[in-house]
Design a protein around this ligand. Structure first.
Ligand SMILES: [Fe+2]
Ligand SMILES: [Fe+2]
Length: 389
């Protein structure tokens, strides 16, 4: 039988070994379980201080649900449709967990496509519920509601800007400037690791890539001590770099298999399309325009669209290229799990060895991540004490 004390103690221990006051706050939410099985009476209705409610699979999932644990047959299209319908109406901060059978990669992929933050093994038990609650409490400890709303605001602003570009309306440069400024502040406050975690959890859409790349670019710029004008330029270049993709057919952008040469040629148009659209407005800084046009160029001349050589590629553009690659690798997609930071840096170092990207910049990015990892591992109390001394 379920023993709440075991899990409670586990979480208390976790609090003690992790960071301070924010962690000890109780989660003020309800865990809703969408299950076909009649588990009411078999599973506890409170786990680690969190209420557990079971939803009827006959009815739609209510929009106000904030944490949803889906425990259904992932081959049942009617139930899958209910989860999809819920995702369309759910709040942006809603989190979904899904049960899968051990070793079933297809179910894993499906769970990821449905937006699962984490999967839990079937059959659902009280341990599964405890894992979900612990997960809720751990990875984005400092993602305050302010950060979440900055991410949501940034994504909304990007949608507006991309729509303006698509509809040939003037692009709101003040909105880009303000979005970039808020984003840079948030990355500085939160640290790049928690920014990455929060974006990956809370923004599972087209703009995830843009927000990841821009967050990494901000952390890089702040980490190497760039001046505020350069930080602003790099941030705005990050937000706008893939704007040309609004003219790339979604079927090509979302294709999970290998692209044909014709499809790849179409994808390769996006830097020029984006550049032409922005350049026509005449109020973007030349460094931003250059970064948009040339973020897929490599130092050895093997990139696109112009096959530039190293000496022809500006500094800001070289930095954006590295952040773009890092963002793409760290991104979660329905068909691929995210690379770790170590794996991402490994790919970038390999590209530097091949002469494609600048090694000194990869080293600088590695230092930025390394400092962030060291800071995250350091207990809060140490930081507090060292400030006092
Ligand atoms: Fe791109
Ligand atoms: Fe990109």
């Amino acid at each position: 039988m379920f023993n709440e004390n075991v899990y409670s103690k586990h979480v208390v221990d976790f609090y003690d070994t992790c960071r301070g006051s924010q962690m000890s706050q109780k989660l003020r939410t309800t865990l809703h379980v969408f299950t076909e099985d009649d588990l009411f009476g078999y599973l506890p209705t409170t786990v680690m201080g969190v209420e557990v409610q079971f939803l009827n699979t006959e009815a739609p999932i209510p929009a106000e649900v904030e944490v949803l644990l889906v425990d259904i047959d992932l081959k049942d299209p009617a139930l899958i449709d209910k989860v999809r319908a819920f995702r369309n109406i759910a709040k942006p901060e809603t989190q979904i967990f899904i049960t899968v059978s051990k070793g079933d990669r297809q179910h894993q992929r499906q769970a990821s496509a449905l937006g699962a933050r984490k999967t839990v093994l079937k059959p659902l038990s009280e341990i599964g519920l405890a894992i979900v609650i612990e997960e809720l409490r751990t990875p984005h400890r400092f993602a305050t509601s302010t950060t979440k709303s900055i991410i949501a605001d940034s994504a909304r602003a990007m949608r507006e800007i991309f729509d303006q570009a698509a509809q040939k309306e003037p692009i709101d440069t003040a909105l880009i400037g303000e979005t970039g400024r808020q984003l840079a502040e948030s990355v500085a406050d939160l640290g790049v690791l928690d920014w990455l975690d929060t974006v990956r959890i809370y923004h599972n859409s087209t703009f995830q890539h843009v927000l990841l790349v821009t967050g990494i670019a901000c952390a890089f710029a702040q980490g190497v001590g760039m001046n505020s004008q350069d930080i602003a330029k790099l941030t705005q270049a990050g937000l706008l770099h893939d704007i040309g993709k609004i003219w790339t057919p979604p079927a090509i952008l979302d294709k999970t298999g290998k692209l044909s040469p014709e499809e790849f040629a179409i994808i390769q148009r996006h830097p020029k399309d984006g550049y032409q659209r922005l350049a026509s407005q005449k109020d973007f800084h030349p460094d931003i325009l250059d970064a948009v046009l040339h973020h897929h160029e490599y130092l050895d001349g093997s990139g696109y669209p112009d096959g530039l050589q190293a000496h022809e590629i500006r500094d800001l553009t070289r930095i954006l290229t590295i952040c773009d690659i890092a963002g793409a690798l760290l991104e979660k997609r329905p068909y691929k799990s995210a690379f770790t930071i170590e794996e991402t840096l490994g790919v970038l170092f390999e590209m530097a060895s091949q002469g494609k990207v600048e090694r000194a910049l990869v080293v600088a990015l590695a230092r930025v991540f390394d400092c962030a990892i060291t800071a995250a591992k350091r207990p809060k109390s140490d930081l507090y004490e060292s400030k006092q001394n």
